[in-house]
Ligand binder design. Structure first.
Ligand code: NAD
Ligand code: DAU
Length: 335
């Protein structure tokens, strides 16, 4: 089985490559990634010399290179490559359309021409918009994206759907809630707060801090994706979520307490424009039809994650590129 993993140098993609090479050592994995600020080859150090792993540095929008890769024979595409950060999409929406929409279409076209057996679109619960205090997102919830990021992911999902309906491409779309764990770029809530704590810097909490996310450990997401690859019914959408809803304030307070930082380090800062209030996933379809069961409780997963970053300071240092440094300075200049 030959897998093409796009965005495999990023957070979830690299965890997924580790997961697959560990559980399916007879598979071959090709990692296609153009190494944006979020891509980091250090994430793949443990597997980089495996004979069944290959890294290709290229843009998913580069049609010629993508077509050449598919011509070598690809069985399954697992498509993670994306611009993934909501705050960046508010500052610079264009690149989100280019990578997330155009890039997905380039891959779909190559997958169609070369007859791949499965195309997995790794999408997000954010395509459903925001929930009130009650209810959960199901696979039937209407698409109502609120940020340029989520709008670009919803657009890509629709293109994936169209390739299934029109050309019969065997696809699945997965929509997962907020992931956390090793190798997450420290612009996202959990690794960012850990990095702030390590520098004795304050914790910027957007708005009133009562925005709710449904947290899932990245390994549980990888396990769900593996089930979808092997048993998912063509054309189906699968929601994936941890039944672990927490406010951002609760998450930050837990990190502060674990890292012995005073509650006074919390700073309420200007809210994110269009900030979704609550996400909550109904994952009963993947649980009931594919037998998925997450292993981590949020408390166990967060403890393990804080410990991982404390033991990988050199990895955190490696993410402080000039570009991301500039973004942070601009974004948090008011602290
Ligand atoms: P990430 O930002 O950590 O990684 C994205 C990767 O894609 C990077 O390695 C980057 O170099 C690569 N990439 C970006 N543009 C590219 C291009 N044009 N060509 C080739 N490679 C490119 O993202 P992540 O958090 O690992 O998310 C991966 C996927 O999962 C995304 O599609 C995202 O929408 C989805 N998702 C993320 C979460 C989450 O909580 N992080 C939850 C649900 C779904
Ligand atoms: O729900 C899945 C999505 O989760 C993925 O599709 C996205 O790729 C991923 O980035 C994530 O989006 P969020 O916007 O939910 O994640 P983020 O880590 O940016 O923020 C989580 C919550 O924490 C959100 O309510 C905003 C808040 N926050 C975030 C940061 C970075 C703060 O209060 N302060 C911060 O400094």
């Amino acid at each position: 089985m030959k897998l093409l993993v796009t965005g495999g140098a990023g957070f979830i993609g690299s965890n997924f490559i580790h997961y697959m090479l560990h559980h399916f050592p007879h598979y071959t994995v090709i990692n296609l990634d153009n190494l944006t600020y979020a891509g980091n080859l250090m994430n793949l150090y443990p597997v980089q010399d495996y004979s069944n792993y290959r890294f290709v540095k290229a843009d998913i929008c580069d049609e010629q290179t993508v077509q050449r890769l598919f011509a070598d024979g690809i069985d399954i595409v697992v498509h993670f490559a994306a611009e993934s950060h909501v705050d960046r999409s508010i500052k610079q929406p264009e690149i989100f359309v280019q990578t997330n929409v155009v890039g997905t279409q380039v891959l779909l076209e190559a997958a169609r021409m070369h007859g791949v057996k499965k195309f997995i679109q790794v999408s997000t619960d954010e395509v459903y918009g925001s929930l009130g205090p009650e209810g959960l997102f199901t696979e039937e919830s209407p698409l109502a994206p609120n940020s340029p990021y989520s709008a670009s992911k919803a657009s890509a999902d629709l293109m994936v759907r169209a390739y299934h309906e029109t050309f019969g491409l065997p696809v699945n779309i997965t929509r997962c809630s907020n992931n956390y764990g090793p190798y997450q770029f420290p612009e996202k809530l959990i690794p960012f707060m850990i990095a702030q704590a390590l520098k004795n810097q304050p914790f910027p909490v957007y708005g009133d801090g009562l925005h709710i996310r449904d947290w899932l450990h990245v390994e549980d997401h990888c396990q769900a994706l593996s089930l979808v690859i092997h048993q998912g019914k063509d054309g189906e959408i699968y929601n994936i979520g941890g039944q672990s809803e927490r406010t951002s304030l609760e998450v930050v307070e837990k990190i502060a307490s674990k890292m012995n930082r005073p509650a006074s380090s919390i700073r309420y800062v200007a809210d994110r424009p269009g900030h979704d209030r609550r996400y909550g996933i109904d994952a009963s379809k993947i649980r009931n039809t594919l037998g998925w069961q997450p292993e981590y409780s949020f408390e166990k997963g967060l403890d393990a994650t804080v410990d991982w970053y404390l033991n990988h300071i050199e990895w955190l240092e490696s993410t402080r590129s000039t570009e991301s440094g500039r973004f942070f300075a601009e974004h948090y200049g008011n602290l």
